[in-house]
Design a protein around this ligand. Structure first.
Ligand code: BGC
Length: 314
């Protein structure tokens, strides 16, 4: 039997078929169009579910369940996305709407996107074989998923594990959740782009030379790429970003002391060099003086597919 995982992101909707070995065997996607009414987004999810089955040469009756990973508070008891800070969802009955499109005999499960990714990494990725792990997704937002004793931590109301909304800078940068100074406002790819743009503006004002000034379009990679090419201003951006990211990771370690923390999302594409930059700061800041076994930092193994695989495994 196959399962379908849906990763509903702020930018793209990706839908994949996962086999019994927890391998992603087919994937299709489309832009989310996040400002559209939720019903239209669900219609696209339904169309992608049909399309992925068609491309695989199977039908929906070969699918044991469909899992949807969505930002925000995903209540799996009633299939309702209670709230999302980056998609137009408030008390949105996503599971019922999908069943309306695909038929009542389809089983639909839902979870927060980072929770699903954490579950995927725990079942089949960087945290496989551990009982306690945390996943942090560094993308448009900062997502958190916590697995304790082989169970996802959701809180009593499914709003738990929102690690991106821990305040790291009082009265700091505005976060999309309404609060100021959240970790997300300093450690997401969006934040890295903001910091890069701020430095570019500073360079322009002061006449300082920087390779970042030549960027056609500033992305989360601009500062990293320019730093690697020897640019000092870019290194200042990267170092600042790493400092906030490392400080948040040390806090997460102090709370959960997981065996593994895996880093996913666009920024994790930096790979081992990201871990190498983070580790000295994390080790210096984390509690325990190094006398207990230390949490390992790993790059997520399932990459962008963690959410799909985790959602399929709900
Ligand atoms: C949301 C989380 C989500 C994360 C990653 C945050 O802004 O609050 O629910 O997991 O972004 O998409």
């Amino acid at each position: 039997m196959y399962r379908i995982g849906v990763d509903l992101g702020g930018t793209n909707i990706a839908v994949g078929i996962v086999n019994e070995k927890l391998e992603l065997v087919k994937k299709v996607s489309t832009p989310t169009g996040a400002t559209r009414p939720g019903e239209e987004i669900v219609s696209d999810i339904a169309a992608l579910c049909n399309k992925v089955c068609e491309e695989m040469g199977i039908s929906l009756s070969d699918i044991a369940s469909i899992g949807i990973a969505t930002p925000g508070i995903a209540n799996d008891d009633d299939g309702v996305v209670e709230y999302a800070n980056n998609l137009p969802f408030k008390n949105f009955p996503i599971a019922a709407l999908l069943r309306k499109d695909l038929g009542d005999n389809v089983t639909v499960k839902i979870a927060n996107d980072a929770n699903a990714a954490a579950w995927g990494e725990a079942c089949a990725g960087a945290a496989k074989g551990t009982k306690n792990s945390v996943m942090i997704t560094l993308g448009t937002g900062v997502g958190g998923g916590v697995v304790i004793d082989n169970k996802l931590l959701t809180g009593f109301n499914y709003a738990g594990g929102e690690l991106g909304h821990i305040v790291i800078e009082i009265d700091g940068a505005q976060c999309s959740c309404g609060r100021k100074g959240c970790w997300e406002a300093y450690s997401s790819a969006t934040a890295l782009i903001r910091m890069t743009n701020e430095k570019i503006e500073e360079c322009k004002k002061t006449g300082r030379k920087s390779l970042m000034l030549d960027a056609q379009k500033v992305s989360g990679r601009t500062a990293c790429d320019c730093m690697r090419a020897g640019d000092e201003a870019a290194k200042e951006v990267y170092d600042k970003y790493i400092k906030y990211l490392a400080s948040g990771i040390a806090t997460i370690i102090n709370i959960f002391q997981p065996e593994v923390i895996s880093l996913g999302g666009g920024v994790s594409g930096e790979g081992q060099s990201l871990i190498d930059a983070l580790l000295p700061i994390v080790r210096a800041e984390q509690y325990g003086g190094g006398v207990v076994p230390l949490t390992e930092l790993r790059i997520a193994k399932l990459g962008n597919d963690a959410g799909i695989i985790g959602a399929a495994m709900l």
